[in-house]
Design a protein around this ligand. Sequence first.
Ligand SMILES: [Zn+2]
Length: 277
Amino acid sequence: MPELPEVEIVARSLSELLTGKKIAAAALYREKLSPAHSPESFAEKLSGKTIETVGRRGKHILLGLSGGTTLIVHLRMSGRFTLLGTGEENPKFTHAEFFFRDDERLVFEDQRHFGYMNIAETVRLHETPEIRKLAPEPFSEEFSIGYLKEVLRSTKRPVKEVLLDQTKVCGLGNIYAAESMFLARVHPAVEARKISPVKARRLHTAIRHVLAESIEAGLAARLDRSNIENRYFNGSTNGGWLVYDREGEPCANCGRKLRRIRQSGRSTVFCPGCQRK
Ligand SMILES: [Zn+2]
């Protein structure tokens, strides 16, 4: 599942390649991809529109179109975009297609079928169910230390759950939540309200750090434009994680064996020495 940094990379790639392009025609092949629209209305709302901006809010990609509408895209588990030229075949699980005037086309493929698209009026974007409840962007001023302290202080839920809740903290998934808690020395199962001000401050710094570092790594990784893989914008970066996916390996900080804990069906690897309750 792409988390904020991967979605940011996808959005920046799409912005570079698509800004200014006019959608000559659009096709929706899997209706559940965009439940609010029939294939006819999907095609009608997008055809003839120019892609003016490509941005991101949380894990949603936002394609700002001429005429005041925005295409909202969530990649979920396996959604990805590919820009194809004439004579190149569609991938097996192509669920939507956007044709441009220059014979290029953007294909949305999704092997796991969890992807999601919607079309909204741009001025009402902040009122849509997708965007309305999202917490502040992690790099925004609103996401202050004070904000995070207040979020943590107000709940008995385990901190890991709070970090994954997009209405509380925006953009983290299983990977960056685990990495942030390790850097901040916070135990995944500790009650959020019991986290000390010092640890809350460290967590705030850690969240921004892991996200920023991963965006940088992702940008560096796709500098080679001749590499065909760069045309697959699923954005996944193969990071060297400190704890994620490293159960049983020694902690980079103290050398103790990293352990795995399961909470509400999601697991987190952590250091029992560095991250005490
Ligand atoms: Zn340790």
